[in-house]
Ligand binder design. Structure first.
Ligand SMILES: [Zn+2]
Length: 370
């Protein structure tokens, strides 16, 4: 038992009522029996699950229609590339066309993690636009492999490779299969598109591909590239990957201390009473506006204020000339010139009456006279 869930090994034992629902989930992406079992491993279990999976696959129409393509797919050789040292070093890309749309596919050789994007066109510029975003998120690979398509065989693409600092290798006529890894993934993704009825099913299927262990001894593409699961099946604490939680907690605590220190140095907290004159920040106009405190708001350090209409703002009465002190700020006096340059962090959220986030006040530097 773990938190009220019955386990077999690490897998949650699924009650009868939920089994059909989990079978559908396991079949996202219309993967076959073996892949479904790999995904279920360490996630879900019930007696007779294997038979359940088998009859699901046999009864699924889209699976039946595309089965031959699926079978010969496994025969495509892609061993021209040596196994890379780690993720995102060797990456292949290919373009394909399906149902009146152009797509670009990018696959990491190490993890088999696949990226698929719709293209608006097939020029170098269109392809670069996608790859730039991808390489900004995941970094540039060491080598990008592609075929000799015109969009890859251009000066523009060569410049892109130079600017983003990766090696670009195109398949040679002598080795037309050297883009085999990408071509194989294109077939898998095309099959997925054929079997998926709409974007929703397609993207869930893609997530399923990324969540399925490569085989009985290797984790899923997501775990190999991203270091985490992207599955939505039940899971227990994922071991193995370095956990940064403790250091993140320390960092958060430090940020809190830093913030408090700054806050106390520059912006003493103050309370207001009904009738106090204040300056509130008008976010839209990006300026400070005189107002009067009308009521306290129930959220911390917040007040309801009534802004003064611009024409009613009179020049504040000149005071006896004494400078404002910290003490005075805590016992707000009548409107006076010294009060004008007070910097407040009140935020005007709604007009009339206005809820302000407030309580903070500080003197601007120019008041520190030399
Ligand atoms: Zn299916």
């Amino acid at each position: 038992m773990d938190d009220g869930v019955i386990l077999k090994g690490n897998a949650a034992v699924i009650p009868k009522l939920l089994r059909a629902w989990y079978i559908d989930k396991l079949h996202d992406g219309h993967q076959g029996r073996v892949k479904m079992e790999l995904r279920a491993k360490d996630a879900v279990y019930w007696p007779g699950m294997r038979n359940y999976i088998e009859s699901k696959v046999n009864a699924c129409q889209p699976c039946q229609f595309t089965r031959p393509a699926n079978d010969c797919m496994e025969l495509t050789p892609d061993h021209q590339h040596p196994v890379p040292q780690g993720p995102w070093q060797d990456v292949s890309t290919d373009l394909f066309y399906y149902n009146s749309h152009n797509y670009i596919l990018v696959v990491d050789h190490y993890s088999s993690y696949v990226f698929v994007y719709k293209l608006t066109g097939t020029t170098s510029r269109d392809v670069i636009e996608i790859l730039m975003q991808l390489f900004a998120e995941h970094g540039s690979p060491i080598t990008l492999y592609s075929d000799n398509g015109p969009q890859f065989d251009s000066r523009e693409f060569a410049n892109f490779a130079a600017r983003f600092e990766f090696r670009h290798t195109t398949s040679s006529p002598l080795h037309p299969q050297s883009n085999g890894i990408a071509e194989r993934q294109v077939r898998i993704v095309k099959d997925l598109l054929k079997r998926s009825n709409g974007n929703d099913a397609f993207y869930r299927g893609l997530r399923s591909l990324r969540s399925t262990p490569l085989d009985a001894h290797l984790p899923s593409p997501a775990e190999m590239l991203l270091g985490r699961k992207v599955d939505t099946l039940p899971r227990r604490a994922c071991g193995g990957q370095p956990n940064h939680r403790e250091q993140l907690e320390r960092r958060r605590e430090q940020q809190r201390l830093n913030f408090n220190a700054r806050f106390q140095r520059h912006t003493p907290v103050r309370a207001f009473d009904v009738g106090d004159p204040v300056l509130v920040r008008n976010a839209r106009a990006n300026e400070w506006q005189p107002a009067t405190v009308v009521d306290k708001h129930h959220t911390p350090a917040s007040y309801i204020v009534q802004p003064k209409p611009a024409r009613e703002v009179n020049p504040p009465e000149t005071s006896d000339g004494e400078t404002a002190t910290e003490d005075r700020m805590h016992t707000p006096p009548a409107w006076r010139r010294e009060a004008m340059p007070l910097r407040r962090t009140a935020q005007m959220i709604r007009p009339d009456p206005v809820r302000t986030r407030s309580g903070r006040i500080s003197r601007p530097p120019e008041r520190l006279q030399y």
